[in-house]
Design a protein around this ligand. Structure first.
Ligand SMILES: [Mg+2]
Length: 265
């Protein structure tokens, strides 16, 4: 009897320790996923370098464009979050507090703590001086129009007024707003951190289809389309679940995401 009890205790200890090792491994995976992305965005010089690179390319494209003639007034369309406005502190808060956008995002906008993406302010002031119309096309919800407008004014961005700030409305893909700008302007550059900032066709597409669209546009990147890095969020994350008809939670979600990776056989 005593022996059976001892064997039972040993078996329980072995089972619980291997279970906790398994849980620890999964917790670590879950944490690593966004923690590393937030660290990279907030601490790496590589992130900053890519931002400067994007706006240097944009600057060079404008210098070339200034030698051309266009039938309509020139304009540049830019996204806001993670393109012009640097939300790394908010993004990291989401990771540390295990909360998800849009929780506390409006408070973050109103806090005045956000800064500019490296290179963005200088570039926008340059094209403003050269006479380009700037349209801030954001998918922030309409209810934060006033605080968004105040934010871009406070960040000293040029053309920060309601005519140049185009909020989401029902235009999830942004294509409607881009087309509208294109009716009266020659759009020289599109700048964003999400492929939906360039073409509405990306919206709600699969991973493969998104890659196909990107390949079909290969001559536009760095020329008409200037893209900035964002490892934390964007429509690429939604594409991971394209075609899935159920919501995955916890470990199931983690295993599903791991299954999407190709690894060495
Ligand atoms: Mg963005």
């Amino acid at each position: 009897m005593k022996n059976n009890l001892l064997i039972g205790i040993i078996a329980f200890l072995i089972f619980s320790s291997s279970y906790s090792v398994l849980l620890c491994a999964e917790d670590a995976l879950n944490e690593r996923e966004s923690l590393t992305a937030a660290l990279w965005q907030q601490t790496s010089s590589e992130y900053r370098a890519l931002c400067y690179q994007a706006f240097n390319v944009a600057y060079d494209r404008i210098q070339m464009d200034l030698m051309k003639e266009w039938p309509k007034p020139r304009s540049v369309i830019v996204d806001l979050d993670e393109t012009v406005i640097f939300n790394a502190k908010y993004n990291a808060t989401d990771v540390i507090r295990e909360q998800e956008y849009p929780k506390e995002f409006y408070e973050w906008i109103a806090s005045g703590d956000a800064t500019l993406i490296p290179g963005a302010g200088e570039f926008l002031k340059f094209i403003d001086k050269e006479g380009y119309a700037i349209f801030y096309v954001t998918n922030r919800r309409d209810e934060c129009t006033d605080i968004t407008l105040q934010q871009i004014i406070d960040l000293d961005l040029p053309q920060a007024d309601s005519e140049h700030l185009l909020m989401r409305g029902s235009d999830d893909t942004k294509q409607g707003r881009r087309d509208k700008v294109g009716e009266d302007h020659s759009v020289i550059l599109y700048i964003g951190d999400n492929c939906v900032d360039f073409l509405g066709d990306y919206y709600n597409e699969s991973i493969e289809e998104r890659k196909n669209i990107t390949d079909s546009l290969h001559t536009e990147w760095g020329r008409k389309f200037i893209i900035l890095p964002n490892p934390l969020h964007g429509s690429w994350k939604k594409a991971l679940y394209h075609g899935l008809d159920k919501w995955l939670s916890g470990d199931e979600n983690l295993h599903y995401k791991a299954s999407l990776l190709e690894i060495v056989e």
